[in-house]
Design a protein around this ligand. Sequence first.
Ligand SMILES: O=P(O)(O)OC[C@H]1O[C@H](OP(=O)(O)OP(=O)(O)O)[C@H](O)[C@@H]1O
Ligand code: HPA
Ligand SMILES: [Mg+2]
Length: 165
Amino acid sequence: MSLPDKAFPVSWDQFHRDARALAWRLAGANGQWKAIVCITRGGLVPAAIISRELGIRVIETVCVASYHDYTSQGQLNILKEVTPTLVENDGEDVLIIDDLTDTGKTAAIVRAMMPKAHFATVYAKPKGRPLVDTFVTEVSQDTWIYFPWDMGFTYQKPIADDHVG
Ligand SMILES: O=P(O)(O)OC[C@H]1O[C@H](OP(=O)(O)OP(=O)(O)O)[C@H](O)[C@@H]1O
Ligand code: HPA
Ligand SMILES: [Mg+2]
């Protein structure tokens, strides 16, 4: 397991604000979306917030798993495909939501299923950025984003304990 150099921890409050900021951007994008397809599991949380903000009540899933042991990506497994009615017309008027795009591999696979859909993530790293239509915050490729649903409270050492000089 290799840990990226930098950490970008996100609290529930910040995630809610960032997902709402994504909804504002999408509202300005003039899309008339008939459904949200969220990429599980990470896309479930922003999809709930965006569906509330944009009044989209049809929510579908595409179930993909790739990061098997923490930060190392393995084979991409599609555990469940999207319902065929949404794939018709190449996913026109469908909004695809995920929490982030990193290498862009997940986005590329799901985009290929619905090439005309609008793809949105809350966070994006440089490699994945070209694959998304709308996102809120970019972080560098050597940063790991820590989501609030993966975290718990732990003791933090004082900065001075590790500070030399
Ligand atoms: O751009 P990529 O390098 O493909 O990585 C991005 C994907 O990785 C994470 O999901 P993961 O497969 O870990 O599953 P999870 O959402 O169930 O945690 C994240 O939620 C994205 O879906
Ligand atoms: O930076 C990340 N954080 C959490 N999950 C992820 N899956 C791919 N990249 C990341
Ligand atoms: Mg995911």
